[in-house]
Design a protein around this ligand. Structure first.
Ligand SMILES: Nc1nc2c(ncn2[C@@H]2O[C@H](COP(=O)(O)OP(=O)(O)OP(=O)(O)O)[C@@H](O)[C@H]2O)c(=O)[nH]1
Ligand SMILES: [Mg+2]
Length: 318
């Protein structure tokens, strides 16, 4: 085994952090690195936690990490904030709220902002999660801010997805519209100490009745007060219930296969896009466009020819 891989497998945090940065910054060795890590992945339980800004995701994670450490489980965290231009450790510090675990060798926390991630933040977050998986963390928690498509995309690698909402925040309908109801395996009403928790619970139940679930799992709704560490144990119990549900039905591996298929597809699209961009940046292409403008060539014909340059002769009709 290469030295660097041994260091990662040994959960050397400094080396893990550096490796994630290299991957994030599009290191030329990136593909090779990911290839070497891959055989060691697949063991971590990937749990996604998403929700609107300030819902208490980080406070919840902090409580969850504490709870998991009590069970001697090792924990990796990727905290993704697309609204922050920063990436790395301390800068996001106070948004991350998990600093009490900084000295624990068996807890690794990484925050990621929009800066520096060459292949997009979502790609970078997924790759970072894979590094933590390969390092051997038992549980990898992925926090993302927001309730939109981009957050959902990141959640696409998670075995279990939890959505955090707050009483009185009025974002249930927005969540419903964004299609997150279907993606959530679990609802967390955090800040249950504030007025309106019962009402929010009723609203979520009502929406769950509306959404046609593709399977028999009905997402449980857990109330928490993360600042007082209340409800964390129940949250963990519900997450375990979800995992057992998936495993008993063969859905655990089914879901993972689906995620991997999506990943392969995503990478293909990404490769194609880059190859295409490279081809289309050539001056010849500008000349072709001129011909199209002068009605000497048909757009479809030019498109087909240039696609063939990228793909090689396909033989058939495209
Ligand atoms: N009253 C109350 N406040 C809470 C609770 N949980 C978190 N907070 C507060 O809500 C604020 C936001 O908490 P964070 O944990 O940073 O929330 P977040 O969702 O990670 O925030 P972003 O990452 O910035 O989107 C902090 O001031 C917390 O102290 C809770 O259960 N009850
Ligand atoms: Mg946070």
């Amino acid at each position: 085994m290469d030295d660097w891989l041994r260091l990662i497998r040994n959960k050397e945090k400094r080396h893990i952090a550096r490796l994630i940065s290299r991957i994030e910054n599009g290191d030329p060795q990136k593909t090779k690195i990911l290839e070497q890590l891959y055989p060691f992945t697949g063991n971590a339980w990937l749990i996604g936690i998403t929700g609107p800004p300030g819902a208490g995701k980080s406070s919840l994670l902090d409580g969850l990490i504490h709870h998991l450490r009590g069970q001697k489980k090792t924990v990796g965290v990727i905290a993704v904030d697309p609204t922050s231009p920063f990436t790395g450790g301390a800068i996001l510090g106070d948004r991350v709220r998990m600093t009490r675990h900084a000295l624990d060798k068996d807890v690794f926390i990484r925050s990621m902002g929009s800066r520096g991630s060459l292949g997009g933040l979502s790609r970078a977050a997924k790759e970072a999660a894979r590094v933590l998986d390969a390092a051997g963390y038992d549980v990898v928690l992925i926090e993302t801010v927001g309730v939109g498509q981009a957050e959902l995309d990141i959640m696409n690698i998670a075995d279990t997805v939890a959505l955090v909402l707050n009483p009185g925040a009025g974002d249930v309908v927005q969540v419903f519209k964004a299609g997150i109801m279907e993606a959530a395996d679990l609802f967390i009403i955090n800040k249950a100490d504030l007025p309106g928790a019962a009402r929010l619970q009723a609203e979520i139940e009502e929406l769950l009745d509306l959404v046609k679930q593709s399977h028999s799992w009905r997402p449980p709704i857990v109330q928490t007060v993360s600042t007082k560490n209340e409800g964390i144990e129940n949250l963990w119990a519900q997450m375990n219930k979800h995992r057992r549900y998936l495993e008993e039905r063969g859905e655990w591996s089914g879901r993972r296969k689906r995620h991997l298929k999506e990943e392969v597809q995503e990478v293909i699209e990404d490769m194609l896009r880059r190859r295409l961009e490279l081809e289309l940046s050539k001056p010849e292409f500008q000349m072709e466009l001129q011909q199209v403008a002068e009605r000497k060539k048909v757009p479809q014909q030019v498109a087909r020819e240039w696609l063939e340059r990228v793909l090689g002769k396909t033989g058939g009709e495209i």
